[in-house]
Design a protein around this ligand. Structure first.
Ligand code: APR
Length: 245
């Protein structure tokens, strides 16, 4: 994309955002890439080093909970050193100045909350939470490294699991409904840093378009949905987002 075309699209995006009183944002791993958190499918992607089905599934966990927790412990270590980047702060600022604002994130790193975002739905869970495999009770756990592998639920002493959504697991229906309500009520949708390959997040922008909402995509690379949206900005979120909010 040529320079003046990018500038033209940035200006168009800025105007759309400034004129919207209700904005719904969807983010993926790309928004945390400049904070040093590896994405899943990029050059440095996690799935290039590990096989998702060997680690991020209920079967893998119950076959070898220690191995899966060792992987999450190493990711917690990396994420504990990560700080929000200008893209995270730009969204927190946008939320402050927009009458209605919702943030749907696929990220489990907690960086949006650290940057000051408030109305967040973490549809894939949160790496700083554990969930009791017996009772489902969720506990915050920020120990780096974890004190024991695998960790146990403080209340029941039973095996605890990461409070994240694995491949083959469903996102709770209430969470999906909340996302659909955000999409239904927004005037504009902003989709940042996601490869649009994993459902249901990959269909949320399409759902917004089907409801007549303009959609702006900001991503380092083109995605399967790129041609479908009103504006697609190709570049780094940390560089472009501060220019459009
Ligand atoms: N700025 C903007 N976009 C970026 C940047 C950046 N600095 N760096 C990378 N990207 C883009 C890449 O081009 C890629 O399209 O971010 C996207 C990241 O895609 P994925 O690694 O597939 O991450 P994501 O879309 O969030 O994956 C969805 O898949 O494995 C599951 O649960 C996991 O939540 C994750 C889900």
């Amino acid at each position: 994309m040529s320079g003046d075309n990018i500038q033209h699209n940035i200006q168009k995006a800025r105007e759309l955002i400034a004129g919207a009183a209700n904005i719904c944002v969807l983010t993926g791993a790309g928004i945390s890439q400049e904070s040093g958190v590896p994405t899943f499918r990029g050059e440095d992607g996690l799935w290039r080093q590990y096989r998702a089905e060997e680690l991020a599934t209920p079967e893998a966990f119950y076959k070898d909970p220690k191995l899966v927790w060792e992987w999450y412990d190493s990711r917690r270590e990396i994420i504990s050193k990560a700080k929000p980047n200008p893209a995270h702060y730009a969204l927190a600022e946008l939320e402050e100045k927009t009458p209605a604002f919702s943030l749907i994130t696929q990220n489990i790193d907690g960086l949006h909350r650290l940057a000051g975002s408030k109305n967040i739905v973490e549809i894939h869970g949160n790496i700083w939470q554990t969930r009791c495999t017996l009772t489902g009770v969720v506990e915050e756990n920020h120990d780096v490294p974890l004190k024991e592998l695998p960790p146990k639920c403080a209340e029941t002493g039973e095996l605890a699991r990461p409070n994240v959504v694995w491949f083959g697991e469903m996102i709770p229906a209430a969470v999906i409904d909340q996302c659909l309500n955000f999409i239904e009520s927004c005037e504009l949708m902003l989709i940042i840093g996601t490869s649009a390959l994993v459902q249901p997040a990959a269909s949320m922008g399409v759902a917004a378009k089907q409801r007549g909402k303009p959609v702006i995509e900001l991503n380092l690379d083109p995605t399967p949905n790129t041609g479908f949206y009103d504006i697609s900005l190709q570049g780094k979120a940390g560089e472009i987002l501060p220019q459009i909010v």
